[in-house]
Design a binder for this molecule. Structure first.
Ligand code: AMP
Length: 313
């Protein structure tokens, strides 16, 4: 008898980005929160993608997702519309990013309709996109075991009520430190996490770019995962989504129960996938990885924080 692996549904943006870094520019870089998430998670779990693109979306990107084992039957292609487009610029400090343009395009009228076989999936990640769409997808799922969500400053500003409504059903929220401050109204990150947990998510992961990520878990415990210090960061776009892909991917492994210990391991797989993502433009570096390469980097992370317990007494 073959054991059916758990499935992980992701909804989010599938995009064509225009990326400007201090050293290079890529005007047609395939991106989107769901794309990065799916590419990263594909090494750990059976990923099912829900999203929409327009006629301008390149065929090769759909082929890359398929080659990674992602089920793209929930990706709608709208012939009379254009793909979501985002233009962003990184400054000398690559943690510092300015959004220059956001065009929702086909996302404006998107009504997600999940393929029947997606609805019973065990794991769900609501990647960054309009909170209303995140709610629509959640409502179509039967009874996922674990629900994660990511969002960003734009939605915290313009769709705050919709976001707070969907947050009530979320087990793990991932967001960056500025967004955590914006959502909670608290400057201190510990207070911000506590205030956010009061909105619904039992676990909160605060991403801090090159400084790693902090987990505030359901038991009130804290855990800190480093980011890998890299000499050459090519393009940080998608690091947060790749983190979420590694994180949720681990939790969706057969036999892994979500608890304080597995969430910590998930934080490291998240950090591992984010570290690969930033080494190239788009998902270039996430493509064609293998389990041995991923595992080697996992060990690098373990070594990075491994220290002997000592005592002065
Ligand atoms: P990250 O670097 O992890 O924050 O994610 C970057 C990706 O998010 C890019 O590939 C963009 O296409 C996508 N993105 C940017 N703004 C939005 C938005 N408002 N909603 C959904 N996705 C977005």
């Amino acid at each position: 008898m073959t054991v059916q692996k758990p499935h992980l549904v992701v909804v989010g943006s599938v995009a064509i980005d225009w990326i400007i870094t201090p050293r290079a520019e890529r005007p047609e870089s395939v991106g989107g929160s769901a794309t990065f998430f799916a590419m990263a998670a594909s090494y750990l779990a059976q990923v099912r993608l829900v999203g929409v693109v327009g006629r301008d979306f390149p065929d090769y990107a759909v082929a890359d997702l398929k080659a990674a084992g992602v089920d793209v039957s929930g990706l709608e292609i709208v012939q009379d519309g254009l793909t979501f487009r985002w233009k962003g610029q990184y400054h000398e400090n690559m943690n510092d990013r300015t959004t220059l343009e956001t065009h929702l395009n086909v996302f404006e009228k998107f009504q997600p309709n999940l393929p029947a076989e997606f609805r019973g999936s065990e794991y769900l990640f609501l990647a960054n996109i309009q909170p209303r769409l995140q709610s629509d997808v959640f409502a179509q799922m039967q009874r996922p075991r674990l629900v994660g969500l990511d969002t960003m400053n734009l939605w915290i500003s313009i769709a705050n009520d919709d976001l707070k409504a969907v947050l009530k059903d979320v087990d793990v929220l991932t967001l960056n430190d500025e967004e955590a401050r914006q959502l909670s109204g608290e400057h201190n990150i510990v207070k911000a996490a506590r205030a956010i947990r009061a909105l619904g998510p039992r676990n909160v992961v605060i991403k801090r770019g090159e400084y790693g990520a902090l987990l505030f878990d359901a038991d009130g415990e804290m855990f800190s995962a480093p980011a890998l210090p890299l000499e050459d960061v090519v393009d940080p776009t998608g690091a947060g989504d790749s983190f979420a892909g590694g994180f949720m991917g681990w939790l969706a492994r057969p036999g892994v129960e979500p608890n304080g210990a597995s969430l910590r391991t998930a934080m490291i797989y998240g950090s591992v996938m984010a570290s690969f993502c930033v080494e190239g433009f788009s998902y270039d570096r996430l493509k064609g990885l293998d389990q041995a390469t991923i595992q080697k980097r996992f060990e690098t992370f373990a070594a990075l924080t491994n220290f002997a317990r000592a005592s002065l007494t």
